[in-house]
Design a protein around this ligand. Structure first.
Ligand SMILES: *Cc1c(COP(=O)(O)O)cnc(C)c1O
Length: 458
């Protein structure tokens, strides 16, 4: 058909709206009208590009319009099934909350709460009391506070403690965290000057000592969470740095990044420092994220000596970085899991880190068997996965995945079809196969994964 003829054949919006399939759909009239308009516009553009040789029938058109309405009604921010094996996937929202933490957030979201109300006195209370004593208890620090995220925490600490002066940091620790959050630039933003010492691979105590002068306000350590320098390296032990700082009347601050409260050696992950270790070493102010290895909500946790924490709490920036009630409720519940020594069972991030290979293999076999039974060609394969979230960059964890090599479509088409579902499934592609990694895939996700694969591959 000729282009002009095709264009003339495009149905009118009002004609389409009268079709029973659309008129009887239980959808807002405005939603349907908008979808019809978009669909016809796309059709017109397709014809003009020469990509449409034949006009679709009204049934096909209605199907497309209803599908468009359905997609438009889905929340943009919604849950996905993580089959990537990356436990703290920053793009997928980092840590999943524990059941307990999610319920706590839900409860305060839906009702009035004790957010800033002291029940004993029947009057105004403090927003941060809900987590402060728990944080002291689980970390061993004298005092604690919370802001929106760890980037905010670092900004606050440097602004309140070092503005107008210099902060001494090792050249081996001048990291960029991502999203252009770079230690040197943050310092500038906070009105302090960075004094770099040592070299990329080696920094000695004497390097710090030689750099101290009247303008020094603090010594800073940054955990190089997202990269690792290997080979001929040396950095200064925390205890030595603390001793040097205190001899000179200077605070020692540390950006711990991931901030694990658990010794990850038990999961075969080496060299990730614990928060408690920094507290024991005497670091004056320590900050870390709530949604990395801690396994809680997005937050920037600051702990340390009471005098410094009080100074931070009263800084004007603190108000601008304040966390909301849902975050505090989720954080309190997460910290309670640690305080009650139930973290390994209750916190998904830790359960995923701690899952044993036999367990993962058995889970993979379970899913694989169900898929094979439904006619999908699948196999269990031994793989390796990452922790993610800029944590533990140099180590891969052993894992098991279900691998699918689709017969009737390409691996990329399969990946896309699963990704575009109402409950999106995000997997990874390796060696021309689609992989679903059981380190992050949960058993509660299995029915949805099975249904999706049966639908897509049939
Ligand atoms: C992740 C990270 C940050 C940023 O933490 P957010 O909670 O994402 O703001 C800061 N410093 C280090 C070393 C990190 O690893």
């Amino acid at each position: 058909m000729e282009i002009r003829e095709l264009l003339r054949g495009i149905p009118k919006v009002d004609e389409l709206l009268k079709l029973p399939a659309l008129e009887e759909a239980e959808l807002a009239a405005a939603t349907v009208r908008e979808a019809v308009r978009c669909e016809l516009e796309e059709l017109r553009a397709g014809i003009l590009r020469g990509a449409v040789a034949e006009l679709p029938g009204s049934e096909a058109l209605c199907g497309r319009i209803l599908e468009r309405c359905r997609r438009q009604q889905l929340p943009s921010l919604r849950g996905v099934i993580n089959g990537t094996g990356v436990i703290l996937h920053t793009n997928l929202g980092r840590a999943c909350l524990s059941q307990r933490a999610a319920e706590a957030a839900y409860d305060v979201a839906r009702s009035y709460s004790t957010l800033e109300y002291d029940l004993e006195r029947g009057g105004r209370g403090l927003r941060y009391t809900h987590v402060e004593s728990l944080l002291r208890k689980v970390t061993g620090a004298e005092a604690a506070m919370v802001v929106n995220n760890n980037a905010a925490a670092v900004l606050l600490i440097l602004s309140a403690m070092a503005s107008g002066g210099e902060v001494i940091t090792s050249r081996g620790e001048l990291v960029e965290i991502g999203g252009s959050f770079r230690v040197p630039e943050i310092m500038e933003q906070c009105g302090c000057r960075l004094k770099e010492v040592g070299t990329t691979n080696k920094t000695h105590l004497k390097d710090y000592a030689a750099a101290i002068d009247d303008s020094t306000r603090a010594l800073m350590k940054v955990h190089t969470s997202n990269f690792k320098i290997l080979g001929f390296t040396e950095s200064v032990a925390l205890e030595e740095l603390v001793a040097l700082g205190h001899e000179n009347g200077l605070p020692v601050i540390e950006d711990l990044g991931s901030g694990s409260l658990m010794d990850l050696e038990q999961f075969g992950i080496h060299g990730e420092p614990t928060v408690q270790n920094s507290v024991r070493a005497g670091v004056d102010v320590i900050s870390f994220s709530g949604d990395k290895l801690l396994g809680g909500p997005q937050a920037g946790i600051i702990i340390g000596r009471a005098g410094y924490i009080a100074k931070l709490a009263h800084h004007p920036l603190t108000r601008a970085m304040r966390v909301d009630k849902m975050t505090l409720a989720a954080l309190e519940a997460t910290l309670r899991s640690y305080a009650e020594e139930r973290a390994l069972e209750e916190i998904p991030t830790l359960a995923m880190l701690g899952a044993r290979e036999e367990e993962l293999r058995a889970k993979a076999q379970l899913l694989c068997d169900a898929l094979v039974k439904g006619g999908v060609e699948a196999q269990v394969v031994a793989e390796q996965c990452q922790v993610g979230g800029g944590s533990v960059p140099a180590q891969l964890l052993p894992t098991f995945a279900v691998a699918i090599a689709p017969a009737r479509c390409s691996v990329d088409e399969l990946e896309q079809a699963l990704r575009l579902r109402e409950r999106p499934i995000i997997g990874r592609i390796a060696h021309d196969r689609y992989l679903l990694d059981l380190r992050t895939l949960r058993e509660e996700d299995f029915p949805a994964v099975e249904t999706a694969l049966f639908e897509v591959l049939s």
